[in-house]
Design a protein. Structure first.
Length: 215
């Protein structure tokens, strides 16, 4: 490994020898993955192979039954951001879109220009005073992206972020995620869309099979 590669890993989440077992069932074992600033690590595999479980372990939301995850020191508020498959499961239905987008700034007691964030993610400003039940899945996923831009996390964990969206919305979501990465975030992306993963990811973990590649 070259010196710059070693330096990049000191800022990365480095997971090695991960195993997940539920009861007597081993879902995966011996998985190594790095989430490196400015790069996307992809996770692919058939349904039930453990992609979400791996994402949750690397994000620190679940513990592996073996192996370890080393993370750089992170600020609690800006450290880790998540983008879920179904935005309705993570957006408070009683909050306006404006409040949802601004929440990370509210928590951090800072101001944010919600309207310019909305424009950046392609969300019509006229929708900002609506509630989640009054907009489409694609519009609500853009709200979640807006929240991520406000939060500006160092690491972003995305679980099938485009699978509920039409192709136009999906392309828009991917473009904004790529902007976060270009701005220096490290990203882990779970997707059934192998083409997307092969095109965007520097490293790919294939579950239900073998480790694939690093570039
Ligand atoms: N808390 C749990 N207790 C028991 N089994 C679990 C638990 N969480 C996940 N599993 C099982 O582990 C396996 C992997 O689940 P996971 O959701 O990680 O797969 P996945 O690859 O993300 O699937 P999909 O592509 O369908 O979303 C599944 O068989 C699931 O039923």
């Amino acid at each position: 490994m070259s010196a710059p590669e070693k330096a990049a890993l000191t800022e990365a989440i480095v997971a090695s020898g991960l195993e997940a077992r539920f009861g007597a069932r081993t879902i995966f074992s011996g998985i190594d993955v790095n989430v490196v600033p400015g790069r996307i690590s992809g996770v692919v595999g058939p349904s039930g192979s453990g992609k979400t479980t791996l994402l949750r372990i690397v994000a620190g939301l679940a513990k592996p039954t073996a192996g370890q995850v080393d993370r750089p020191a992170l600020q609690p508020a800006g450290g880790i951001g998540m983008l879920a498959q179904n935005p309705r499961q993570v957006c408070n239905p009683r909050w306006t879109l404006r409040r949802l987008v601004a929440e990370p700034a509210t928590i951090g007691r800072r101001s944010c220009d919600v309207e310019s964030i909305a424009e950046r993610v392609g969300l019509e400003v006229s929708l900002l005073d609506r509630f989640p039940g009054q907009v489409s899945d694609g519009q609500l996923q853009r709200v979640c992206l807006g929240r991520l831009l406000v939060q500006a996390p160092r690491f972003v964990f995305c679980d099938e972020p485009t699978s509920m969206l039409d192709p136009v919305s999906a392309r828009a979501v991917v473009a904004i995620l790529q902007c976060l990465v270009d701005d220096g975030a490290g990203m882990m992306l779970v997707s059934h869309n192998r083409r997307l993963v092969e095109r965007r990811c520097a490293e790919i973990v294939e579950l239900g099979g073998s480790r694939v590649s690093g570039r």
